[in-house]
Design a protein around this ligand. Structure first.
Ligand SMILES: [Zn+2]
Length: 380
């Protein structure tokens, strides 16, 4: 049995007290205003859930070694569950990746490998962003079924463009088989978004990046309406890259207000090279990109291709941008992320009975310690 005393971020309120871990789970969360904290004034939070990360440190998915290595790296940033993400590869590559992740499910040692996130291949080429156009295609029932079969029943996330022909049946099929459909890389109108949500889609991937772009929101009422729909649709969560480069502090604040404290999700879109000195790195498809000033850009075109800011830092960014406290901001990377991808019963809350996945974050955002299943997997 392990006890962890300090400033605990609960689901609805923060309190000073003691968490007790037993058999990998939280046995008790007890208030005690007189307890001596183990980590000074640092916060004890539910471990972060990174729903969209392409790599970290020297690791670039989809290889099995990289996913296992990513699991060990991410705990340095308070992440206890993650969805390794791949983009811009042929359909067979996505199938192989799903098989890899299914094989690794249940692996222990670092952050839990909660499932795969496929960013593609059903992406609208006019909204490709940093993706390789040759790897994109409209949904096809046969490919959809092959992806579902390759996952061996391990739920995955798939980001797709709902305006593509065949997208709605694909959304129904993916969500009907227990997977999470995310909408992104899109120019869909409100009408299409509503049909997609009716069909089972439940989250928006990087809200303002190659989707509802701030410049278009100002200029185009169709895009403005689509954003209002996302803000107002209670069945939909929206994820935002909180690195202050993909999205400005002003938009972080507006989105947090628009979506409310429960449907705003921080996503890292983390790239290999995160956590390493800035410089040139290779994408999974071999293209080169450069990390500089906290962002990754394709070496040849300069297009922004992902972030190198980790979730613990994004929580601090959200806190100052939205003018909210640390506990509220941290929910965007833990509770809200877990709820959005359907794992809220086993991640994102420090409640008795839940897996003992927790992180200790100091007042400047540094991760001092991380626990997965009650075991210390990181100590700064
Ligand atoms: Zn991505």
């Amino acid at each position: 049995m392990t006890c962890l005393a300090g400033h605990i971020v609960g689901s609805n309120c923060a309190f000073r007290g003691v968490l007790t871990f037993a058999d990998g789970r939280i046995a008790a969360a007890r208030e005690d205003p007189d307890v001596t904290p183990d980590f000074g004034d640092a916060w004890i939070v539910p471990g972060f859930v990174d729903i969209h990360t392409h790599g970290v440190g020297p690791h670039t998915y989809p290889s099995e070694e990289a996913v296992a290595g990513g699991s060990e790296w991410l705990v340095r940033f308070g992440v206890t569950s993650f969805y390794p993400t791949v983009a811009s590869i042929p359909p067979e590559g996505y199938e192989a990746f799903l098989r890899t992740v299914a094989r690794l499910a249940g692996r222990t040692g670092g952050a839990r490998i909660a499932g795969a996130h496929l960013e593609g291949p059903f992406i609208n080429p006019v909204r490709k962003g940093g993706m390789d156009e040759h790897a994109l295609r409209p949904p096809d029932a046969d490919v959809v079924d092959r992806l579902i079969a390759a996952a061996h029943g391990e739920p995955f996330i798939i980001t797709l463009s709902p305006e593509l022909p065949g997208a709605l049946p694909a959304i129904r099929r993916f969500s009907g088989t227990g997977n999470i459909v995310a909408l992104g890389h899109s120019n869909a109108s409100t009408e299409i978004l509503r049909s997609a949500v009716d069909a089972g889609a439940r989250i928006v991937t990087h809200l303002h990046n190659v989707f509802l772009r701030p410049g278009e929101i100002e200029a185009d009422s169709v895009v403005r309406d689509a954003l209002s729909f996302v803000y107002g649709e209670a069945r939909l969560w929206a994820s935002v890259v909180g690195d202050l480069r993909h999205v400005s502090a002003d938009w972080l604040r507006r989105d947090y207000k628009g979506l409310g404290p429960e449907r705003f999700v921080l996503m890292s879109d983390l790239m290999p090279g995160a956590g390493l000195p800035e410089g040139e790195h290779a994408m999974p498809d071999g293209r080169r990109y450069v990390t500089s000033g906290g962002v990754g850009r394709l070496a040849d075109t300069g297009v922004m291709a992902g972030s190198v800011v980790t979730l613990n830092r994004m929580v601090m960014n959200l806190m100052s941008a939205a003018g909210i406290g640390f506990p509220e901001a941290s929910h965007a990377a833990s509770r809200n992320a877990a709820m959005a991808v359907g794992i809220g019963e086993r991640a994102g809350a420090l409640q008795p009975g839940m897996p003992a996945d927790a992180a200790v974050i100091d007042r400047t955002g540094n991760c001092l310690a991380t626990y997965v299943g009650g075991r210390a997997v990181h100590r700064a």
